[in-house]
Design a protein around this ligand. Structure first.
Ligand SMILES: [Zn+2]
Length: 79
């Protein structure tokens, strides 16, 4: 049931410009929400568009998807 909760949470931030702080905060919020609601579940739906909110991954992998695939590669957020 935790999977369901995470899958159904608000992801409107996903539609924000990926270069905006809103996207970064959305990813962080998703991470925090997921961790707080995981319970005994280790894998949740990945909200990244190419995973279709269907594939199940660990939170760390989903963060990778959202940060490295979701954020414009030309935007040097790490530098
Ligand atoms: Zn994914």
């Amino acid at each position: 049931m935790y999977d369901f909760i995470v899958c159904e949470m608000d992801k409107s931030w996903m539609h924000a410009d990926r270069r905006l702080k809103a996207y970064e905060l959305g990813v962080e919020g998703f991470s925090n929400f997921a961790v707080e609601n995981l319970g005994n579940t280790t894998h949740i739906c990945c909200p990244y568009v190419k995973c279709g909110n269907i594939r199940l991954f660990g939170v760390g992998i989903i963060m990778d998807h959202l940060y490295f695939n979701g954020i414009d590669q030309s935007y040097k957020i790490w530098s």
